[in-house]
Write a protein that binds this ligand. Structure first.
Ligand code: ARG
Length: 326
């Protein structure tokens, strides 16, 4: 941030009194941040646009004169790896924040409580295969928690980046996880965003996971108003997530490509994907199990993200197979 921008924003506040100092605290405390800023409410994107816009432009390759057009219509894509030789699971998530509430790094306990109640009652109204149960983290039955952990159906307290932003305040109060009885659909409540809405399957059927998520979102949208901006799409705590707020990815075993990282990185870059470690963000790849997902979330539609991921994974699997044949 240049001194000029700092001087222009230093004394600015949003209506909910979110300041520049709060927006940049995580980056100041964590010099190894890649982005380092968080929004405390929807208005932060306008009040601090001098700071946010260039970061958004660099990360998403998006400028305000471009258009962000959503399209979350269902898709039918051929199965990628029906024998589960490479792809072990598929997960598609989006983030949502509700209109009229500050974002998680800047919300009071009483507001967080009100928000949790509102979300639970919306989740209660879900029907058919989306029906399920909400597990509050306070208090949580030890046995229940162990089971949720075992099946990866929970989230932990935020990392040092989220902590410095203020996202962990009052943890585990008003936090919890909802999952459908068939465990293919899940919602995190009050983690980095008010909601993280997630579809997951232990298959490579990306369209099935995505279509379920899209159905769930329109059902939830009947009782919840999501924070959205004409240019920037869905607004999230972290500017890397705005737009579609979608991260669609797989856990994929790539024994050969693990030995040929340049080739893998070349394909990943070509399809604008990203690699994360086996345990998620900022973790290492273990036993050649890669987490591969879309990188861009703004200036691209939801359905295009899925199609692009599908094409990228086809190319990756082809390369892995080719390396296998002498
Ligand atoms: N604030 C962290 C950084 O700048 C994380 C950025 C993206 N991840 C996220 N969970 N929002 O490195």
């Amino acid at each position: 941030m240049s001194l000029e921008i700092f001087n222009a924003l230093e004394h600015q506040k949003t209506d909910s009194r979110f300041t520049l100092a709060q927006a940049i605290n995580s980056g100041i405390k964590n010099w190894d941040s890649s982005i380092g800023i968080y929004a405390g409410d929807a208005q932060s994107y306008r009040t601090f646009s001098l700071l946010f816009d260039p970061i958004i432009c660099e990360y998403h390759g998006f400028s305000k004169d471009k258009n962000h057009k959503p399209d979350i219509s269902p898709l039918m894509l051929p199965s990628l790896d029906p024998e589960k030789k490479y792809i072990k699971s598929t997960r598609v998530r989006v983030a949502r924040n509700l209109e009229g509430f500050s974002f998680p790094c800047h919300i009071s306990l009483s507001q967080r409580r009100k928000l949790e109640k509102k979300i639970i009652s919306a989740l209660d109204r879900l029907k058919d295969d989306l029906k399920g149960k909400y597990y509050s983290f306070e208090p949580i039955d030890e046995k229940e928690l162990k089971q949720l952990k075992k099946e990866n159906l929970w989230f932990q307290k935020g990392d040092r980046f989220q902590d410095a932003a203020g996202i962990n305040s009052d943890f585990p109060k008003c936090r919890g996880v909802f999952h459908s009885f068939d465990k293919r659909f899940m919602v995190w409540v009050n983690e980095e965003d008010h909601l993280r809405v997630i579809g997951l399957e232990r298959t490579s059927d990306i369209s099935s996971v995505y279509n379920r998520l899209s159905r769930a979102l329109s059902a939830l949208n009947q009782s919840l108003a999501f924070s959205r901006d004409e240019t920037y799409g869905y607004l999230t705590s972290c500017p890397t997530n705005i737009g579609t707020s979608m991260r669609a990815g797989v856990h994929i075993q790539l024994e050969k490509l693990e030995q040929n990282k340049d080739l893998l990185h070349g394909i990943v870059k070509g399809y604008n994907l990203q690699i994360r470690g086996t345990g998620g963000e900022k973790t290492k790849v273990e036993n050649a199990m890669f987490d591969i997902s879309n990188r861009q979330r703004l200036g691209i539609s939801e359905s295009k993200i899925i199609q692009n991921l599908h094409a990228g994974l086809l190319a990756i699997i082809k390369a892995e197979k080719n390396l296998g044949t002498p």
